[in-house]
Design a protein around this ligand. Structure first.
Ligand SMILES: Cc1cc2nc3c(=O)[nH]c(=O)nc-3n(C[C@H](O)[C@H](O)[C@H](O)COP(=O)(O)OP(=O)(O)OC[C@H]3O[C@@H](n4cnc5c(N)ncnc54)[C@H](O)[C@@H]3O)c2cc1C
Length: 295
């Protein structure tokens, strides 16, 4: 790894100014669990690391029932996975954050870093998409918000312009009778990368019998996270039962564009997409009904 400068600004303005001045060779660092590994392996040439963890805006974690969740981009996954309001109201996000690495990695790795790294297998990304999260982005030319669903544009590539920083993720307040779930398949339970993963969010009617809205997204089955819109639309209005989940799974497996690599074949990933969407949607339905699914 070649020598690099290190800066740790304490305000958002300073972080943006330093990044903009440093050009493409300056990179933000949150937990560093992707960035440092990539620099060490020569996959990234970085002259300046801008450590953002001392910037209060990116470490904010606030939940209010009316305002929803403000999740600073540099909040560690361990804090996200353990947060009572996130577990209660944004369960898919707690699922995804709680699967990243092992205990030690989760103390450093962040949800924002997972998203900005834009790996197709990022475990926090489908949960953010199905929960309707927006990215608050600040850069040298001001501030804007975009849905997480359009943030990743290719493996390792995002819509961030040079000098821009993901400041926080904004999740809408939870609506009644809603639930969410994220599941992945890995050969090992921990410290492994998803062969495939699926997130589901669902809203039920007041009787909790029919699906009134749904969102589905998958990891590791395409160059970017895959939003399975047709599969989600197909179950709206249906009874919230295992048949609806099976139908969603079948349609989702038609939406994916997997590759074969060392972790799995294209056919295996297509099959996993079907199984994981079916199970994740069923998990979301059960959670919307107030049932525990972690047993
Ligand atoms: C042993 C091990 C196990 C792992 N297991 C998993 C796993 O199970 N699932 C999984 O999804 N990942 C896994 N990872 C990958 C990694 O831990 C996660 O992607 C993690 O969430 C990255 O967060 P970070 O804060 O460490 O990101 P960093 O390494 O700090 O940053 C990642 C990238 O995002 C950019 N960046 C970071 N924050 C911002 C920001 N606020 N604005 C703009 N750009 C930013 C950085 O410049 C860099 O390019 C694993 C990694 C290791 C080393």
């Amino acid at each position: 790894m070649h020598a690099f400068a290190y800066q740790a600004p304490t305000t958002l303005q300073d972080a943006v100014r330093i990044l903009a001045a440093g050009g493409p060779a300056a990179q933000p660092m949150a937990g560093g669990t992707d960035l440092i590994v990539q620099m060490r392996h020569g996959r990234r040439s970085v002259d300046m690391v801008v450590d953002i963890k001392r910037v209060p805006d990116v470490t904010e974690l606030t939940y209010t029932p009316d305002g929803g969740l403000v999740l600073g981009a540099a909040v560690p996954c361990a804090d996200v996975a353990a947060h009572p309001a996130i577990r209660a109201h944004y369960a898919a996000l707690a699922d995804g954050a709680g699967l990243i690495g092992g205990v030690a990695i989760r103390q450093r790795a962040t949800v924002g870093g997972n998203l900005c790294n834009a790996s197709p297998s990022g475990d926090a990304i489908p949960p953010l998409i199905v929960l309707g999260a927006e990215c608050r982005i600040v850069g040298p030319h001001g501030e804007h918000c975009v849905p997480v669903a359009v943030f990743c544009v290719g493996p390792g590539r995002t819509i961030l312009a040079p000098g821009e920083l993901l400041v926080s993720l904004l999740l809408p307040p939870p609506a009644p009778h809603t639930g969410s779930c994220y599941l992945r398949f890995t050969p090992r339970a921990e410290m492994d990368i998803a062969v495939a993963g699926a997130g589901a969010w669902v809203e039920l009617d007041a009787a909790q019998e029919r699906i009134t809205d749904a969102r589905l997204a998958l990891s590791a089955v395409g160059p970017t996270p895959v939003v399975a819109e047709r599969a989600a639309r197909a179950v709206i209005g249906q009874r919230a039962d295992e048949d609806a989940c099976a139908q969603a799974g079948a349609l989702a497996s038609e939406a994916v564009r997997p590759i074969s690599d060392v972790r799995g074949t294209e056919a295996q990933r297509r099959h996993l997409a079907q199984v994981l969407v079916r199970r994740a949607l069923w998990g979301a339905i059960r959670r919307a009904r107030g049932e525990a699914i972690d047993d």
